[in-house]
Design a protein around this ligand. Structure first.
Ligand SMILES: Nc1nc2c(ncn2[C@@H]2O[C@H](COP(=O)(O)OP(=O)(O)OP(=O)(O)O)[C@@H](O)[C@H]2O)c(=O)[nH]1
Ligand SMILES: [Mg+2]
Length: 447
């Protein structure tokens, strides 16, 4: 499969519709247009034509749009055919185009070509997929901002800041006699602080973008029988998990997506944590721990009648992941529902089966998502972007350390170079074929 192949795919969804759109991209486009339409339509003008079957017959009648390279979505010659939206009609058209030398496009291949031809960068291409997959208006608006390059522009600003810093320090390498002056230069310190502030602001914005895009991963953990599965069912409003009075009921991870005011929450129910000899249960507990470590938020469920968890029990919670203590089964105590949010480890008192306090938990989770109500300025982002930002920041951290502690200018410059490389992974300046394959492979066909 080469990028010089001419590719074709239906751009409209399968099934019946008023209009079916087929797109062709590549160097064969003029030839294909001549054979199919009997003419090469004027550039960028809707042209009504018969789609010819090559044996004197007509497959369909519709509009043809010709976008000559490089002024097209992919940057190549593109022909867009708008025919009638029936699956047989579209199939016939695709067969004809394949017979004319085109091949079927892989998922995301049009966008991939647009990326390879510098029509958009990687973050923008991901914005396209996120716009198509958007499950709320806020998510769609955020994806559009990314598609328009707002995220990329912020990354570019950060890259420019790093470059300035590097130039500044490279001057020091070139004029070693002035080393001391450079080091004592308060400006350098100030510049470093500015870069860190830029990093933090961008990471915070990107984190909101990830939440809008992918939702929050919320993992329910706790001892057996405390009511984790009951809580999962109550939040989901459905009997997704098996509930019994037998401790150790749940072994597999159970996943269910819910929405709280449009924000996706990906709930994961897990096996109760305890020392067990049972092989199946031990594996379940291992998975529960693994899942907990990757959570955006952990709900640590305990029974309202039991004492507060011991420091030893709390030590099981992963470092750096926000957690909430959920005191379940308040109905057995006749206690009223309550949310205590303004503490390091917030508490919710509720009853999963009775329903008291569930609204408090929902409100708490929504607040934990950290999305400001006015979503202005939020752009869609993905977890891989956050990872890349984190890596880049670590390199800048390391750069600052070697400079201030060891005066090692070469190491400093090297760390900055690595930081820039990490940032480049967001927009695709530095990206492996594997990464590109994974990203574009998740797109829909025809996009
Ligand atoms: N009274 C009362 N009982 C509850 C409540 N929530 C759960 N239960 C009961 O507690 C028992 C255990 O519930 P599960 O949801 O299976 O508990 P779990 O934490 O998932 O248990 P494992 O999967 O074994 O770890 C069941 O008999 C539930 O009906 C509640 O709010 N009030
Ligand atoms: Mg369970």
């Amino acid at each position: 499969m080469s990028a010089s192949d001419t590719i074709v795919a239906a751009a409209s969804p399968p099934g019946r519709g008023a209009v079916g759109v087929v797109r062709v991209s590549g160097s064969l486009v003029p030839e294909v247009a001549m054979a199919l339409l009997g003419t090469l339509p004027p550039p960028r003008v809707a042209h009504l034509a018969d789609f010819q079957d090559g044996e004197g017959g007509t497959l369909d009648q519709g509009l043809a749009l010709y976008f000559p390279a490089p002024h097209s979505f992919t940057g190549e010659d593109v022909l867009e055919l708008q025919g009638h939206g029936g699956s047989v009609v579209i199939d016939l058209l695709l067969q004809r185009l394949l017979a004319l030398g085109c091949r079927m496009a892989r998922p995301g291949e049009f966008s991939e070509r647009a990326f390879l031809n510098d029509k958009l960068d990687l973050a923008q291409a991901e914005g396209i997929a996120d716009l198509i997959d958007a499950s709320s208006q806020a998510a769609a608006r955020a994806a559009l901002r990314t598609l328009r390059g707002e995220f990329s522009a912020r990354v570019a600003a950060l890259e420019a800041g790093l470059k300035q810093l590097r130039i500044y320090v490279e001057a020091a390498i070139d004029f070693p006699d002035e080393e001391v002056d450079f080091l004592s230069d308060a400006q350098l310190q100030r510049r470093l602080q500015e870069v860190f502030a830029q990093f933090d602001a961008l990471a915070a914005a990107a984190r909101q973008g990830v939440v809008l895009n992918e939702g929050l991963k919320i993992v329910l953990v706790g001892a057996p029988n405390v009511g984790k599965s009951s809580l999962m069912n109550a939040l989901a409003g459905d009997d997704v998990a098996i509930v019994t009075e037998v401790p150790g009921t749940t072994r597999d991870l159970l996943r269910q997506q819910i929405r709280i005011d449009g924000i996706a929450m990906n709930l994961v129910d897990t096996a109760g944590l305890r020392a067990s000899e049972d092989r199946v249960e031990v594996e379940g507990i291992r998975r529960a721990r693994q899942e907990m470590a990757q959570a955006d938020h952990v709900l640590y469920v305990i029974e309202a009648a039991s004492a507060d968890p011991t420091p030893q029990q709390l030590a099981e919670l992963p470092q750096g992941v926000p957690a909430t203590l959920v005191f379940n089964k308040i109905d057995t105590l006749g206690r009223s529902a309550e949310l205590i949010a303004s503490v390091t480890l917030p508490r919710v008192y509720l009853s999963a089966t009775g329903g008291q306090g569930l609204d408090l938990l929902r409100a708490h989770l929504k607040a934990a998502a950290g999305l400001s109500d006015a979503d202005s300025g939020v752009f869609a982002a993905r977890r891989r972007h956050l990872t890349a930002l984190g890596e880049a920041r670590e390199h800048v951290d390391a750069a600052a350390r070697v400079l201030l502690n060891q005066r090692a200018f070469e190491l400093f410059a090297e760390e900055l170079r690595l930081a820039q490389q990490s940032l480049g992974a967001i927009t695709g300046t530095f990206s492996s074929d594997d990464l590109l394959g994974a990203i574009f492979g998740s797109f829909c066909i025809g996009k």
